[in-house]
Design a protein around this ligand. Sequence first.
Ligand code: AMP
Length: 584
Amino acid sequence: MLYSEIADVFDRLEGTSSRLEMTSILSGFFRTLDPVSLRHIVYLSQGKLHPDFFAVELGMADKLVLRSIAFVSGMSESKIDELWKKEGDPGTIAETLVKNKKQTALSYEPLTLETVLKNLTLIENAEGRDSQDKKTKYLFNLLKDSGPVEARYICRIVTGRMRIGAASMTILDALADAFGTKEDRPEIERAFNITCDLGLVAETLATGGVDAVRKIKVAVGNPIKVMLAERLPSIPLILDRMGGRCAMEFKYDGIRVQAHIDKDSVKLYSRRLEDLTSNFPDIASELRKRCRAERAIIEGECVAVDPETGGMLPFQTVTHRRKKHGMDKAVEDYPVRIFMFDILLADDEDMTLYPFEQRRSRLGKTFDLSEKVQLTSMEVVGTRQEGEEFFSKALSMKCEGIMAKSLSPESVYRAGSRGFLWIKYKKDYEEALTDSFDLVAVGAFHGRGKRAGKYGALLMAVFDDETGKYCTVCKLGTGFDDAFLAGMPDMLDGYLSEARPRMVDTQMTPDVWFLPTVVLEVVAAEISLSPTHTAAWGVVKEDAGLGLRFPRFTGRVRDDKGPEECTTANEILSIYELQTADKL
Ligand code: AMP
């Protein structure tokens, strides 16, 4: 298959911001593809060669890509460097230069999907001292035969900038449309949520239809999208929502891991699907040792403990274990324990289909507990007093608060979904008028006065999971200390975007734009109607959205959360509704 056909589809997708139109472009295209090509194209549309949880990444540095562009176009590297400083995106530069080169009519061989995959794989696997030269060469092989649009997407894929707006939910819509019906959409989504592999779901669906998709099972090695909690601002409201009785667990302040335990190997994944095994080698081996089952998938929170007293330490301490280098020393210096709270697979049994109590009891039976491998503290609670006592106990043990878990027969593990089967209640809900939010930076304003030459404030957004857009909720300029202000460009400039990214929905124009990537924790005094901010636009009032009043950065960068996992527009709306109900 010609790569130009694929690049044209990417171009059409980039040209529209309507999710419906994207779905129809994709489903029409998907129907024309054989199952294996479909699988590869689905990965490419996400800027990848594999599912998200694969550790290997293409990640070519811009400078290296510019060198290949220089070879192909005949333009000097210094001239290209100038263009890059202006444009910021090697994809756009490659497109323009290839367009000019084509006017001089050099002969070239049309690129096929196979050639693209072959060379991208070579780039991914290039190792050793001359790996950079090899990567430049393989990229050159592709660019020399590319048309302008093909060149644009090849450069975006290799530099990790492939954001054509086809989010995984849009791909699932298109797959359902192409190979099933609307009614099949939940089954297709479940298959994705329990495998995190869009390509696998696509190929299975195109080969065997929805029946084959239904047979996809949770499996060791395929991370499962994590289940998430809603929030409520008081114990009585939680009990009310839970039908008067629920389980309560400590909410530990650490890093969530999903452990995939096999006969003689263990892999740990973060909630963003990164492989964390090398960060917690001690936990991985202890889990294997303590697990009675041959295979299991469990979830727990890794928490740093004081080596002397065994007391729990704050989140910042366990982040020393997220380093890339010097892990041996960090393992020694920062002892960690895992507090397990769920089991998703036990031998060959898919535990996600069982209610909470059955999972919890199976979890306890599957492990010989030790100091390092423990269960979360849990109690069944039926009154406000019991709940409040349990909450105080959690705080005295240095936990963030509690997690309430439904005991209803419907309380299955809902992979990838946020709902009221789990409700979180944190200490800061009591302190601030509202509570903390995880917001994504989508832009920045240059600083003035003491902050001249730095970013002075950030434009922050929530994710609207219905439209796939990032909607702004505040301009954030408070809570930054000097070190954070100085480090902001390093943290954010890799995601600069020359124009407003299409998935960002805002009425403000910051000095610079960012692709939504970096998530920061923010507290605020209140949520109020806003004529400028676009979260839940028009829902409470025509021509108004919701914004945060007096937002302040807590100092916590949520690098354990991806942009789509930040606070959603719906959460902001439900907190606003609770807040206004309180005032009545
Ligand atoms: P948040 O990150 O504030 O949305 O809170 C949800 C996170 O709390 C989960 O993703 C886990 O990392 C963490 N957590 C801590 N203790 C528990 C628990 N007992 N059950 C479930 N999640 C927990």
